[in-house]
Design a protein around this ligand. Structure first.
Ligand code: SF4
Length: 464
């Protein structure tokens, strides 16, 4: 067992037994499930929409090299600059250079999981830059010093009382404020930051190749302020966010909104096609798009795993996952949690240290069933398990144990020769740690069915 796996096991065990945590997230997930059920009524044929979206993403990912260049060409023509980053460090260096060039002391950010992936906040803070999250959920997480808990709802695990306490401690707000009052406190603090910031940083929900556009969807309007107040707008995005055409938004925006939050469409939907043009009254003077690889071309090169690049980060697979519902988002200790996180993290951060995430699944298939772009998530988790074994990432002990298991279980004579006591001892030694204290391991009978049957037949024949 790797050290990461040991931590994962210990934290999962503790979290699953935390009834307060479970009550909060189950309440929020129930609300989100109700909203999703209602929201999906807007599709006359949701299955058809999902199939169409899966086909669009599959074709786009298959020709990603072409679309990336088309995007670059169109975005550059409109006055923007594209920066290619092979890894997190290259992306950070590029952002650091832009901020230094503008003598930026305040940077505002709109919610972006990719900037979490590259640990942008700590990088900028170390350079003396005041970096402020402007999405309310992210702002709460930043004040608490915690990473996001969920792809779409970063602070869903916090009760309103906890948030009120946090605002009282960190912002000196009066104690016991209501959610509406807390929102007003955050709004006042953040408006000031929008005015001060020299640079605004966002992610991208979609990249649009045909117009060189960046599509951003949100509910609070903070992304619009992040992109229009500061003089410089930097987009940091994974290369897989590509769609061929702006026309595809007609399908993908409602799909994302419904599966993410149960809405028909999010409140604010914007498309950015470069910096402010002559005669325009708002928008940044400079706009950059950083196209991040950071392990994604490794996924692309794998003909099976590449399906995971279709993901539009709606978070629906987390909401329905029985494992996520019990252990929550932080236990994964990865930027992306839940089923999609378990699938892609081994590719982004190393198979050996993260292969245990492939087992954080009941393989019930609820994630696959809900995914708006039809990713075979539970199939990919099984594929990762196989890849970890064929890539020799298992321990010597594990390999020897499976070899012994295979030898005994494929030979009836050996299976019958080993008594129930020995079988129970071996199973206990091999699996009790993974099985956990709260479940009973199956118990083998003293004699195998085959032996019992033979003995019975012999007795019956002798009695004739
Ligand atoms: S894998 Fe599918 S359900 Fe999960 S976040 Fe991505 S698009 Fe949504």
């Amino acid at each position: 067992m790797t050290s990461r796996e040991k931590v994962f096991q210990a934290e999962s065990k503790a979290k699953a037994a935390d009834l307060k945590h479970r009550a909060i997230i189950n309440r929020v997930l129930k609300q989100s499930d109700d909203a999703f059920r209602k929201g999906k009524e807007q599709f006359s044929d949701l299955e058809k929409a999902r199939r169409h979206a899966a086909n669009v993403k599959s074709d786009t990912i298959a020709r990603l090299d072409y679309y990336l260049l088309e995007f670059e060409s169109n975005f550059t023509k409109a006055g923007g600059k594209v920066i290619w980053a092979e890894n997190a460090q290259q992306a950070l260096d590029a952002i650091g250079e832009i901020c230094a060039g503008k003598c930026a002391s305040v940077v505002v950010k709109s919610k972006s999981m990719v900037t979490e992936e590259i640990h942008l906040n700590s990088f900028l803070s170390e350079r003396g830059i005041d970096v402020v999250e402007t999405d309310l959920g992210e702002y709460i997480q930043q004040l608490a010093g915690e990473p996001p808990y969920h792809i779409v709802a970063p602070s869903m695990h916090k009760s309103k009382e906890e948030v009120a306490r946090l605002f009282h401690e960190k912002l000196n707000a009066p104690p016991g404020l209501t959610p509406e009052e807390l929102t007003l406190v955050a709004r006042e603090k953040l408006r000031q930051k929008f005015r001060e910031a020299e640079v605004g940083i966002t992610g991208a929900n979609f990249l649009l190749a045909d117009i060189g556009g960046v599509a951003i969807t949100e509910n609070e309007g903070n992304a619009r302020l992040t992109t229009s107040f500061p003089r410089v707008h930097i987009v940091v995005t994974g290369i897989e966010k590509m769609l061929p055409s702006v026309k595809d938004l007609g399908l993908f925006w409602p799909l994302l909104a419904t599966h993410g939050s149960g809405q028909k469409i999010a409140v604010y939907n914007s498309v950015f096609t470069g910096p402010r043009k002559q005669g325009e009254v708002d928008g940044p003077e400079e706009m950059y798009v950083i196209l991040l690889d950071n392990g994604r071309t490794g996924i692309l090169a794998d003909p099976v795993a590449r399906e995971s690049l279709h993901c539009i980060r709606c978070g629906a697979c987390l909401n329905v996952c029985p494992v996520y519902k019990n252990i929550g988002g932080h236990t994964y200790r990865a930027t992306y949690s839940g089923p999609i996180g378990s699938v892609i993290t081994p590719y982004l951060r190393g198979m050996k240290e993260n292969k245990h995430l492939s087992y954080a699944s009941s393989l019930c298939g609820a994630c696959t069933e809900v995914c708006p772009v039809g990713i075979n998530l539970h199939g990919l988790l099984l594929y990762n398990r196989r890849s970890a074994i064929s890539g020799h990432h298992g321990s010597v002990f594990e390999k020897a144990a499976w070899k012994g298991w295979k030898m005994v279980s494929s030979d009836r004579r050996l299976l019958d020769a080993v008594g129930g006591k020995t079988k129970n001892f071996v199973i206990n030694r091999l699996f009790s740690a993974q099985w956990g204290d709260h479940r009973k391991l199956p118990v083998f009978a003293g004699k195998s069915f085959s032996r019992q049957w033979k003995e019975k037949m012999n007795q019956d024949n002798a009695g004739k």
